[in-house]
Design a protein around this ligand. Structure first.
Ligand code: NDP
Length: 264
């Protein structure tokens, strides 16, 4: 098998849909063996079938159920002999103002988007350090770099990933471990339909901006490229990426624009 990830085991969460599914195809095309995780087993089986002759392991996982993560990771490590790339991609978004959002919703978003990846990372770290190899690829968001209206908890959960994984990168560089944080802008997936409203029910709407976004395959190419180049951070998307530079170099202008932004 040839390709930039030939013979490597790549574990992808959120692989039953959108960016995770497209990334499974992209890594498999580059010769990787893949572990697919998310809650819906039947969707993971569908994705597995679409990967042809690639060696695939389907491992259902609800990453909000923190107490189950160690056992799943132990099973995966046993079956694969070690994970080379851990792509933390599973996540849920939000469509509600902080004032209208129940604390239970803040807690759920934080558990799925932040604590789940942290628990899974801690379960894999000892084996990666022992093997002196391992690459964490973390799917954050542009709102992991700045906050926008209607995304308070979601943005917080993505910012938290940056803090945790920036620290981890520094702690384990000498152990041969690498961390890549990918920040997508708008990507045409189910993300807005699955996003939580203030009472925890799904938004169930395809947002205009998401519908006009890049495809999941284009995003997956960005993920693959950033991983292969061992980039520390990568912005993937369209013109919305410019907001990162506006926030960095002209914060008052950014603030004026973002409070008027029509973010649904
Ligand atoms: P989708 O809603 O299409 O995919 C989300 C994936 O996460 C699904 O595979 C879902 O599978 C999985 N998932 C959700 N909750 C859990 C859970 N508790 N445990 C395990 N898996 C779970 O959206 P995207 O593909 O767009 O989202 C992927 C990532 O990209 C997310 O982290 C999102 O925040 C991020 N992102 C997306 C952007 C976009 O515009 N699309 C922009 C910026 C970031 P299942 O339901 O089977 O569990």
């Amino acid at each position: 098998m040839t390709g930039r990830f030939a013979g490597k085991w790549v574990w992808i969460t959120g692989a039953s849909s959108g960016i995770g599914e497209a990334s499974a195809r992209a890594f498999a095309r580059e010769g990787a063996k893949v572990v697919l995780s998310a809650r819906r087993r039947e969707e993971l089986e569908r994705v597995a079938k679409s990967l042809g002759s690639t060696e695939v392991r389907v491992e259902p996982l609800d990453q909000g159920q923190l107490e189950t993560i160690d056992a799943v990771a132990a099973r995966v490590l046993d079956a694969t002999g070690g994970i080379d790339v851990m792509m933390h991609n599973a996540g849920i978004s939000q469509r509600s103002r902080a004032i209208d959002t129940k604390l239970s919703v803040d807690e759920r978003i934080m558990r799925v988007n932040y604590l789940g990846p942290v628990a899974l990372t801690k379960a894999l770290l000892p084996s990666m350090v022992r093997r002196r190899a391992g690459h964490f690829v973390v799917v954050s968001s542009l709102v992991g770099v700045f906050g926008t209206p209607l995304r308070s908890s979601y943005s917080a959960s993505k910012h938290a990933l940056h803090g945790f994984f920036d620290s981890l990168r520094a702690e384990h560089h000498e152990d041969g471990l690498r961390v890549t944080i990918v920040c997508p802008g708008f990507v045409r997936t189910e993300v807005s339909r699955n996003a939580l409203t203030g009472d925890g029910s799904p938004h169930a709407t395809m947002d205009e901006a998401i519908d006009r976004g890049i495809s999941a395959d284009e995003c997956a190419e960005g993920v693959l490229d950033a991983t292969a180049r061992e980039r520390e951070e990568a912005l993937v998307g369209g013109r919305e990426r410019l907001a990162v530079y506006l926030k960095r170099f002209a914060p008052p202008v950014f603030s004026r624009l973002i409070r008027r932004a029509k973010v649904t």
